[in-house]
Design a protein around this ligand. Sequence first.
Ligand code: FAD
Ligand code: N01
Length: 542
Amino acid sequence: MTSAPEAKSSQTRDLDALIVGAGFSGLYQLLCLRDRLGLSVQVLETAGGVGGTWYWNRYPGARCDSESHAYCYSFDEDLMREWQWSERYPQQPEIMRYLNHVVDRFDLKRDIRFNTRVASAHYDEAANRWHVRTEAGEEFSATFLITAVGCLSTANVPKIPGLESFAGDWYHTGQWPHDGVDFSGKRVGIVGTGSTGIQAIPVIAETAAHLTVFQRTANYSVPARNVPLTAEFRRWVRENTAEIRRTTRATPNGHPFLISERLARETPAGERQALYEAAWEKGGLQFRATFQDLLVDKEANDTAAAFIRGKIREIVKDPATAAKLADIDHPYAAKRPPIDTGYFESYNRGNVSLVDVRAAPIERITPEGIRTREGDYPLDIIVFATGFDAMNGPLLRMDIRGRNGVPLAEAWEAGPRNYLGLQVAGFPNLFTVTGPGSPSVLCNMPVAIEQHVEWITDCIAHLRARGLKRIEPKPEAVDRWVDQVNEAANATLLPLATHSWYLGANVPGKPRVFMPYAGGMVQYRAICADVAARGYEGFVLS
Ligand code: FAD
Ligand code: N01
C-alpha cells in the first residue's frame, strides 16, 4: 500500500533541502548545501538563536571539555586562524560568540528561521518529497531532509511524583533561563552527578546558602586544569592549524592529542602511577589517553579507576562522604568521563552535603523540598542535572514518517536501526547528522559533525550530478551495520556502565541498545569514504 499524497497548502514553501537545527551541525550543513552546491535551503530551529547545545545549556559552570583549539570548525583555515579562544576550555558565552561569528562571517542567518519547532516530517513517495510542518502550522516541502537536531538536545526531567506541588523554583540545566538564577541565600538541591552536575556544583556552592547534592551513581572526574591561553599558545595555534586538523583526524576520538601506545597492564606499577600522576596534573580528557588499553581491558581500567578513587579519598576530608563519592560501580570512562574545576573539593565546604539516593531513593517532591526514603530535605530551588533523552530522543519527538506512512518510532521500536548512522531504510532522502550508529558523542563532536556534513553534501552532489533523485539504504546493509555497531561496542568496556545514556538506560522505558559507534572516528571515516567510493555501496540510488 502506498500512502496518500500529503495535502499541500498553497502556502507551502518548496526547497531542495530542509535542515532541522541550528547548532554546529545545522550551520555547517547550511553553508555546504547553499554555498557549495547552490541549493535552496531553509533551517528551522526551535530556539530563539543559533548555538544548539550552547544556546540551551547556560547553567553555572557550563563550558566545554574539548580543548578550545579543537572545539571549533576546521573546514576553513582562515576561520581557524582568525578566532582567538581565551581559555583552555571556553565557557558557554564564548562558544556562543564563536558560533555567532561563524554565522555572520558566512551570512547564514538569512536562511534560518528561529522559534520554529518542526512538529512533523512526512515522506510523500509519489512526489519524492518530504512535507514538513512546524508547530505553528507553517508548511515546507523538500527533496532532502537533514536532521541536525543534536544528540543531547532533549532535556530529561525525571518524572518524580509531586514535582508540580513544589513551592520553590526548579530548573533543568539544559533549559536554563537566559537571565540566570540567583542562588544567594537559598537552600539548593541538585539532582545528578554527570558532567553537568559536576561542572555546576562547585559554582552553585559559591553563592548558595546550602547545596545538597542528590547522587544516584557516583562518578569519576579528573581536574580540567583550565587556564587562560597565553599569547604564545595562541600563536602556536595560528601557525599550526593544518597540524591540529591532521591530529584530530588521526585519533579515534577526534581530540587534538594522540592516545599513548603503552599498555597499563604491561607497565610496572610504580611507573604507571607516575604516568597517572602526570596526567592528573596535566588535567582534562587526556587522562583517558594515558594508556592504550584503558577502554578495552578491565584489569587495565581497574588501575585508572583505583588511581582516581585514591584521589577522591585524598581530596575529600570527611571519610564517609569520600566513601560515597568513591563507591563507583562502572569502569572509568565507560560513561562519558567528566572533567572538573574543584568538584571533589566542594564537599569540603561547610555548605555542601551529599545524599546517596541509590541507598535511599527519592520518593517524592513535596511543596517544601525532596523526600527520600530516609527523610526530608527542605529546599528553595531544585536543579535537575539529569541529562537528556539522548541520541534518538530528538528524532523520535518529531513525528517523522517514511514510506507508507511508517513512523520512525515504529521502525525504531526496539532501538535505532540505520546504515552508517546516516540513513534509515524506508525513509528515503532523510539524513541524520551524528545519528545513532555513528561515532558522534564518543568523539570530539565538531570533528564528527564535519565528517557527516561533508559526506552528506558529497552524496547529494553525486545524486544531482547523475540526475538521481533518491537514496536510501538496503535493509541488509542496515542489518550488517547494526551488527557492526554492536560488535564495536562489545569490543570495549563501554556497555559495562549499564545505567549510561549511551544505552538509553537513563530514560525509563527506552530500549537498552548501545547507540553510538565505538569503532573510532578513523575507522568510521574510512568505512564511509569506502562506501562512497564504491558508488554508495549498500544504498539504493534511483
Ligand atoms: P545541538 O547543538 O544540540 O543543536 C541541535 C539543535 O536542534 C538545537 O538547537 C535544537 O533546539 C534543535 N532542534 C531539535 N529538535 C528540533 C525540532 N523538532 N525543530 C526545530 N529545531 C529542533 N561535545 C564535545 O565534543 N565537546 C564538548 O566539550 C562538549 N561539551 C558539551 C557540554 C554540554 C553541556 C552538552 C549538553 C553537550 C556538550 N557536547 C560536547 C556535545 C554537544 O552537543 C556537541 O558538541 C555539539 O554542540 C552538537 O551540535 P549539534 O548541532 O549537532 O546539536
Ligand atoms: O547528564 P548525564 P549530563 N534520580 O545523563 C542522574 C555532555 N556534557 O547532563 O547515572 C536521581 O550524564 C544520573 O544518575 P544515574 C556529555 O556528553 C558535556 O550530566 O542515571 N538521579 C546522573 O548522575 C555528558 O555525558 C559537558 O544513576 C538521576 C545524572 O543525573 C552529557 O552531556 C558538560 C535521575 C545525569 O547525568 C550528559 O551529561 C555537560 C533520577 N530520577 C554535559 N535521573 C562538557 O563537555 C538522572 N539522574 C564539560
